[in-house]
Design a protein around this ligand. Structure first.
Ligand SMILES: NC(=O)c1ccc[n+]([C@@H]2O[C@H](COP(=O)([O-])OP(=O)(O)OC[C@H]3O[C@@H](n4cnc5c(N)ncnc54)[C@H](O)[C@@H]3O)[C@@H](O)[C@H]2O)c1
Length: 293
């Protein structure tokens, strides 16, 4: 459908963080009332079909609204509802996504939308990385942990009985849409888990932010949208700086490689857990794009 034909409702003010990864760069939108805003979806890859991946807990709350928002951009908007929980982050559940894609003759342009917490995001991302060797996907994280951490960075995976996140791929989303309104239905325990992540990174990011967390802890615990928006944006900014740091480090290392050291002497030490090593950072540290691999 041509873009001009799409009815765009007024856009709620959203903060935007750009993750610069050359041809895989993408935006993180942070704000309220984003789920229903067609504006968030208009310039995503065009396709006849979109597939929403959600779970039994989140789909009844939000899937119909997302389906309605996507209806102006995609002729067919499908939904696959996975069983809820970490115990289902496995092959049989992943297969449900592929079943839905194949049963509906989805082609390689089909766009996947991950609507859920980190479990749904990791599984939908891995399905997107694998289906027909890669289709576009969008993250709509619905837990605080997923908004500040798992939806960004391109790590996707399922668990194996012998290890967590052992089967996966690095695959970047087209966009991350963090609608803070969605956190209002989050169980208190899950909100606290996300806050713990924010508190953990606070002093690493900067001490001013850590002081800000201390003085706004009640607002954060009360899921106040403007406090959460600031915290989510600050964490995302921090991640962006880490990306920049990796790029700057890569330039310095290349200089050393050319002048004095052989390549292996300049490499960062390998991390033990393959699940934590992001090639979008690692390859740039080696002066090499992930697509070269
Ligand atoms: N890819 C990464 O970089 C990365 C980073 C950190 C964690 N992870 C993964 O993320 C997963 C944990 O994610 P999580 O903490 O979001 O857990 P989760 O996805 O299991 O969500 C927690 C619970 O909250 C429910 N829920 C989600 N959104 C809701 C909402 N808006 N309202 C009501 N209920 C809601 C879920 O259905 C679930 O029951 C783990 O599998 C972990 O390995 C991935």
């Amino acid at each position: 459908m041509p873009q001009e034909a799409i009815q765009v409702p007024a856009l709620a003010p959203a903060r935007q963080v750009r993750i610069e990864l050359a041809e895989r760069s993408y935006d993180i939108l942070i704000g309220v009332a984003l789920l229903d805003s067609a504006h968030c979806y208009v310039d995503l890859p065009r396709a006849s079909t979109a597939l929403i991946v959600s779970n039994t807990q989140v789909a009844p709350l939000y899937a119909a609204r997302l389906q309605a928002a996507l209806a102006s951009a995609y002729a067919k908007v499908l939904l696959v509802t996975l069983p809820d929980g970490e115990a289902h982050k496995d092959w049989p559940t992943l297969q449900l996504i592929f079943d839905a894609l194949l049963q509906n003759s989805c082609d390689r342009k089909t766009v996947l939308f991950a609507l859920g917490g980190g479990v749904v995001g990791d599984m939908a991302g891995f399905a997107a990385a694998s289906y027909m060797r890669g289709v576009p996907f969008v993250q709509i994280p619905t837990t605080l942990l997923a908004q500040v951490d798992s939806s960004v960075g391109g790590k996707t995976a399922i668990n194996h009985p012998l290890g967590k996140n052992m089967i996966g791929a690095f695959y970047q989303p087209q966009r991350v849409i963090c609608d803070l309104d969605l956190l209002k239905t989050l169980p208190a325990r899950e909100l606290s888990a996300g806050l713990a992540e924010i508190i953990k990174y606070g002093p690493i990011a900067d001490m001013d932010f850590f002081s800000w967390i201390e003085s706004h802890i009640d607002a954060l615990l009360g899921a106040d949208s403007s406090a959460l928006a600031h915290a989510v944006q600050r964490l995302q900014d921090f991640q962006r700086q880490l990306e920049f740091g990796a790029g700057t480090g890569a330039s310095a290392r290349r200089t050393f490689e050319q002048r004095r050291y052989v390549r292996g002497e300049c490499r960062p030490q390998q991390h033990d857990d393959p699940g934590d090593v992001n090639p979008d950072q690692q390859n740039r540290q080696r002066g090499k794009s992930a697509v070269d691999q």
